[in-house]
Structures are given as C-alpha cells and as structure tokens.
Write a protein that binds this ligand. Structure first.
Ligand code: NAI
Ligand code: MG
Length: 498
C-alpha cells in the first residue's frame, strides 16, 4: 500500500485527478504543535472552482444520476473500507495539520468517518417517494431528487468528521460535491479524495479545491451552477455567505458556533460531573476548539466551590499538553497563530472584566518548563486549560465564542435563574444538564433553546442523530435521516388518467 501523502505538496483533486492550481500559487500549512510549515496546499482561485464545478456537473449528468441507487450505496460502503485502510495515515495528516491529538483521532474520528459512509451507504438505496390520493382520475406522486452540484465548506477543527457527515448525506441523496477545506488544515481532505477514487467513484463526483475562504469559498458561494452550500464555521462568515448566495438563490445550511451552557445542580452525581464539566466538555483533545464546547459552567451556589475544587484537581491530574502526534498527549495546541492570539486575548479580557483565573492562563513555552520536549514545543501554539470563576453572563468572555480551552463558572440560585442564564445568549447549539431529578431534566429538555441537550453526559454525537443549532448557531441539520432532505428537492408529478 503506497502512502496517500507523498512529498511536501498536495494538489487539488478535480475530475478524478490531482490538478495544480491554475494560478500556480501555494500556501504553507503549519504544524501548530511546533509552529512550522510542513506541507504546501493550493492557494487556488475561481478558475479552479470553475473546473471543479464543471467536473461535478458532468459527472452528475454523465454517470452519477444514471447509476442504480444500489450501486451508489455499494460505492459508499466501499469508500468506508478504503478510509479504514488509510485510517492511521489520514489521522496523522489531520493531527499534524490542526493539532488534534492522534490518540483521539485514530480510535475516534477515523472509524467514525468510515461509519458515516456505511450509514449513508445504507440510506442511498432507500430514497422513498410517496403517492398522494387526490382523485381516481389523476395519479399524483412525489419524488425526492438530488440538487445536482453541492458546495461543502469545511473548517479546520475536525475536517474529516465534518466531511463525513455532509459528503455522506450529499452523495446518498445523489448529488456531486465540491469541497472547500479550510486554508489552515486542508491536507486531510485533499488526501481523502483519493479514497473515493480507489473505491470506484466516477471521476468528478467528489472534488476538492483548496484556497482562501474569501477567494475559493467565495467563488463557490457565488457560482450559479452550485445549488446548495453546506457550511460549518463561524456565524460571521455564515452571514456573509447568506448575502452572497442570495443572487443565485442557493439553498444553505449552517452549523456554526456556540456558547453552550453546562449546568450543574446540587443533586448532580459529583463523580461523573467533574469530568463532564471539564475533560469531556472543553478541556478535550481539540483544546476547546469545538462548536459544542461547554464554555459556560452554570453551577448551583451550594456546590460552586466544591465543584471548582474538584475540577481543578481532576484537570491537573489528567490533562497532558503536547505534540499532537505524541500518543501521551491528551490536549493539543491551538490550530493556528491567529486563533492562538484570539484565545490569548480573551484570557486577558476575562481578567479585565473582573473574572478570576482559577487555573491556566499559561501560553506556549510556559507550559513545558523542565520537560524533555520543551525546546521542540517552544514555538507551538499551546494554551493550558483555563477556568474563570466569579464570571457573570454579561461579560464578553461569557457571550462570545472563544474556541479554546477556556470556560467560565457562573453561579446560580435556582432552576429559573439557571434556565434564564442558559438561554441568555445569541447562540443555541448545545446544553448539558447534570441532575438526578427527572422532572427537572425534562423541563430543561423542553425549555432550553438549543439543538442538542445532554442529561448527565456531554458532547455525545452520532451520525444517526440530527445535529445543528437554534438561533445564531445555524440552521439545517447534519447527520441522521433528517439531514438527507437538506440535499434533496421535492418534485410532484401529476399523471392525468381521465
Ligand atoms: P470561518 O467561518 O471564517 O471559516 C470556516 C470555513 O469558511 C473555512 O473553510 C473558510 O475558508 C471558509 N470561509 C471563510 N470566509 C468565506 C467566505 N467569504 N466565503 C466562503 N467561505 C468562506 O472561521 P475561522 O475564521 O476559521 O474561525 C473564526 C471563528 O469561527 C473561530 O474562532 C470559532 O469561533 C468559529 N468557528 C466555528 C467552527 C465550528 O465548528 N462551528 C469551526 C471553525 C471556526
Ligand atoms: Mg495547519
């Protein structure tokens, strides 16, 4: 088996082949564990997008649309096998590029991406329409047809997992896709394209064009032949995309940021709540760079000090910062320099706003004093897990998405106050509730304004369960049968029998 990634440069994937960007320009992709460039990716432009959309359009008309549904299903299952063949390599590429720890990606992300392809393979030959009984003199039936060419815009935090959810559904629905990976971590998506080829997908069904959001992403958003944009990323970029997609009336789905409340009541099981507040919710492998990060800890006043103390001990004991490719690393760096500066600035801001650092607030080399690998990691973008206490929900650190290992402990007195604070946010992605009281749990399930609610657990996601936001956390869903409809259009047929 030849390695998927050879050499120091990886090109776009268009029409079933590697293609250099027309303008000949490349960007350096940085390994954030050491702050050094490790591979070049295309800095493409609208010309590459045009070529990719043309390839996708021709694949759609030429083969994909004509193929039996069972065969599309078989191809999706075959790509799952190809992905698992290359799982370790794909994980290594992604972790090197974005700093996610390899010890999470190999047993976690990669098998999940393969399972997503299996799941969508299972759906691809179960696209059912319906008949509508209107009159014996008319046969009325409903078909769920693909849109044609779909543009998929992916961020840098979990590129392959996000690809799995969106591309799986788009292909199962019968579309061809053009992917735009993030300029900060494009290598894993550029690489995985070859798995689709090896599985036997016709050329042009899956294409990847790398470059800047404002250039390649923008060209995809404005392209008249692209019928839908599915994007994961920031709320601000989603607003820009919405405006620019308006002239061509594209369908849109957005999975955006969050400021998710993780709520701890006095009757919570403390044993599990401690990890649920910290290492499972925000001080995770991706260093809090996850849309569902539990970035607001709402804690009942009666257990406020106790829980904070226990979290402090647990984090000190269980979080090990380090190079993402080192199997002993449990939390990696921030993915790139601009994001690193953003996280640092919020840690300073929280202190200015009057919150108190319980632990953390250390950056870069400070985290590695006395360690053997200190010199190597000195240029990496590391931030240690950081907890603020004495935070109030009007502080900017409690309202704005930081997207790093930073969480704020906000005290509350009773259920009404907890719910009010939880919902007092522009976001609405996720919520955790820790209680043994069934009625209380159900009240929060009903009244929280968020697309996901976890009771006595946190950050549980599955390809079969719909996932997405309320309010400014987005619209449309990834995963689950519901997401399939987002990649289809409904046609009603009338056959006159009179
Ligand atoms: P972003 O939303 O700008 O980037 C996400 C994707 O959109 C990237 O592929 C980017 O190239 C593309 N993009 C950017 N501008 C575009 C445009 N005009 N047209 C089309 N595509 C465009 O997010 P960014 O700047 O990487 O991160 C900023 C913040 O966004 C983070 O600090 C975090 O708060 C949030 N974010 C949330 C994510 C999530 O999982 N929901 C993922 C990444 C970022
Ligand atoms: Mg990188």
């Amino acid at each position: 088996m030849s390695p998927l990634l050879q050499g120091k440069r990886i090109d776009n994937w268009i029409g079933g082949a590697r293609r250099a960007p027309v303008n000949g320009e490349y960007l350096e992709s940085i390994d954030p564990s050491v702050g050094k460039a490790w591979i070049e990716i295309p800095n493409g432009d609208a010309q590459d997008v045009d070529a990719a959309v043309a390839a996708a359009k021709s694949a759609f008309a030429g083969s994909w649309r004509e193929m039996a549904a069972m065969q599309r299903a078989a191809l999706l299952r075959a790509v799952a096998v190809e992905i698992m063949k290359h799982a370790e390599e794909l994980a290594t590429i992604e972790c090197r590029d974005n700093g996610k720890p390899i010890r999470e990606a190999i047993p976690g992300d990669l098998p999940s991406v393969a399972e997503m392809m299996n799941y969508w393979g299972g759906q691809a030959d179960k696209i059912h329409g319906s008949t509508v009984e209107i009159s014996p003199l008319s046969h009325n039936f409903v078909r769920h047809e693909p849109l044609g060419v779909v543009g998929i815009i992916v961020p840098w935090n979990s590129p392959l997992a996000i690809l799995g959810a969106k591309v799986g559904a788009a292909l199962a629905a019968g579309n061809c896709v053009v992917l735009k990976p993030a300029e900060q971590a494009a290598a894993s998506i550029l690489t995985i394209a070859e798995c689709f080829d090896a599985a036997g997908f016709p050329p042009g069904v899956v294409n990847v064009v790398s470059g800047l959001g404002e250039v390649v992403g923008d060209a995809l958003v404005r392209h008249p032949e692209v019928r839908k944009i599915a994007m994961t990323g920031s709320t601000d970029t989603a607003r820009v995309i919405s405006e620019r997609a308006a002239p061509t009336l594209k369908q849109l789905s957005f999975e955006l940021g969050g400021k998710s409340p993780n709520i701890f009541f006095a009757d919570a099981d403390m044993e599990i709540a401690v990890a649920g507040a910290s290492t499972n919710a925000i001080f995770t492998g991706g260093a809090g760079q996850t849309c569902v990060a539990g970035s607001r800890l709402l804690i009942h006043t009666s257990i406020y000090d106790e829980l904070i103390e226990k979290i402090t001990a647990h984090v000190a004991e269980s979080v090990r910062l380090g190079n993402a490719l080192d199997h002993s690393t449990s939390m990696g760096p921030i993915a790139f320099d601009r994001q690193y500066e953003k996280v640092k600035s919020y840690i300073e801001l929280g202190q200015k706003e009057g919150a108190e650092v319980v632990f953390g607030g250390r950056f870069g080399p400070e985290n590695f004093e006395g360690r053997e690998d200190a010199a190597e990691l000195a240029e990496g973008y590391f931030v240690s897990p950081t907890l603020f206490r004495g935070a109030t929900n009007d502080m900017r650190v409690c309202r704005e998405e930081i997207f790093g290992p930073v969480t704020c402990a906000i005290p509350f007195e009773d259920d009404d106050e907890a719910l009010a604070i939880a919902n007092d946010t522009n976001y609405g992605l996720a919520c955790g509730v820790w209680t043994r009281d069934l009625k209380r749990a159900h009240r929060f399930i009903r009244d929280i304004q968020a697309g996901a609610v976890w009771i006595n657990t946190y950050r549980r996601l599955h390809w079969a369960a719909p996932f997405g936001g309320f309010k400014e956390s987005g619209y449309g869903r990834d995963s689950g049968l519901e997401s399939l409809r987002g990649y289809q259009q409904t046609k009603t047929a009338w056959v006159d029998l009179a």
